[in-house]
Design a protein around this ligand. Structure first.
Ligand code: NAP
Length: 335
């Protein structure tokens, strides 16, 4: 029997979730809920979904539809309430990032999730870049030597310019609804990537920010200094003001690796002689194709975990650590 899937939030990213589930043979899209009737009906028609709900009726969807899976793609301030209700209805959860916007919300989700045997995935699809395992293998095999610094620069011109949210309401620029600015939006991806590559962070050591291009109360451009538990130093620079860029730099004692996530030939080394290392040659030969959409790979992984009743990552703790990172940086803002 197929898993019954429901979506909350049929906007820009919700539609990407739907196009992932519809390709998955273990799933059946049975219901969609959105803020407005128009968005809910548009998604229902496009993906042939029988159950259609709008306004506050996502709660009714949970009561009526006996769902196995709920994907949460609503504005950030609604994630926690929707997650908690869906868990109480026995649904496995795939939640968009950031998974919550306060410590209190994180604690409330954790409390109900711990009491369940449900699978929870945080939507960090950058982990599914096919080259990332190569980068991790190169780090783990000490090929560029002991790592001392990692840096991620991630930018685009922001929602409504580079990224097209579909809802009419410009909630990404409303601090109460988004929970922050660009750090809450893009920085959660950055810290998740760095945690995946070098391990857990121990603390945020510095935060500098400004609002230099958008008419908003929060940061649209910022940098964060991080210390990891193993002593590695990290720098994250995220921006809604700069041209699209998504570059990881990993500095080791024997050399530097640069990973440009936008590039078809993404991994480069300094000194170049590292490229002649037999292991690196071998790893680079095995590089995967970029044909698949990261979000769909994540959905397929999540569904496999639901089928096998086995929690894997990115899990709730990954989502939680990313939000805690942003909140720790915000706590360093000058009054
Ligand atoms: N993983 C990633 O890389 C990535 C990328 C982009 C976005 N996201 C995340 O995905 C989420 C959605 O972003 P988006 O860009 O898709 O924004 P969006 O296009 O504005 O979509 C938000 C959706 O939520 C719906 N909504 C609002 N209030 C609701 C309610 N009370 N009940 C049910 N639905 C409600 C809206 O409905 P109406 O359209 O009917 O108003 C809209 O369809 C955000 O958390 C964002 O951070 C993640």
């Amino acid at each position: 029997m197929k898993l019954k899937v429901g979506l909350i939030g049929a906007g820009g990213f919700g539609n990407i979730h739907l196009s992932g589930y519809i390709k998955n043979d273990n799933c059946q899209l049975v219901a969609v809920a959105s803020g407005t009737e128009a968005s809910a009906k548009r998604a229902s028609e496009k993906f042939n979904i029988p159950g259609v709900y709008w306004g506050d009726n996502w709660k009714l969807m949970l009561e009526n539809e006996n769902l196995d899976i709920v994907s949460i793609c609503s504005p950030n301030y609604l994630h926690a309430e929707m997650t908690i209700k869906a868990i109480k209805h026995g649904c496995n959860i795939l939640c968009e990032k950031p998974i919550a916007i306060s410590h209190q919300e994180l604690n409330s989700i954790e409390g109900v999730l711990k009491k369940s045997n449900l699978i929870y995935f945080a939507s960090f699809q950058k982990r599914y870049n096919p080259h990332l395992p190569l980068v991790k293998t190169i780090i783990d095999n000490n090929i560029i030597g002991e790592i001392n610094t990692v840096r991620h620069i991630f930018s685009h011109y922001g929602p409504y310019t580079s990224w097209k949210p579909l809802s009419k309401e410009k909630w990404f620029f409303n601090a109460d609804k988004a929970g922050g600015g660009v750090l809450m939006d893009l920085g959660v991806h950055s810290i998740d990537l760095l945690r995946y590559l070098v391990g857990e962070y121990s603390k945020v050591e510095g935060y500098s920010y400004n609002t230099s291009c958008k008419d908003i109360a929060n940061e649209d451009n910022c940098s964060v200094l991080i210390r990891f538990q193993n002593g590695v130093l990290g720098v994250i620079t995220v921006s809604w003001c700069n041209a699209p860029s998504d570059v990881l730099e990993i500095f080791g004692k024997k050399g530097t690796m640069r990973f440009d996530l936008h590039s078809p030939d993404p991994i480069s080394f300094n000194p170049k002689i590292l490229k002649s290392n037999q292991n690196i040659k071998l790893y680079l030969k095995t590089r995967a194709s970029r044909n698949s959409i990261g979000q769909h790979l994540l959905i397929d992984h999540f569904v496999r975990c639901v089928v096998n009743k086995k929690q894997e990552r990115p899990d709730f703790n990954d989502g939680k650590r990313a939000v805690e990172f942003v909140l720790e940086a915000y706590s360093k803002k000058n009054p």
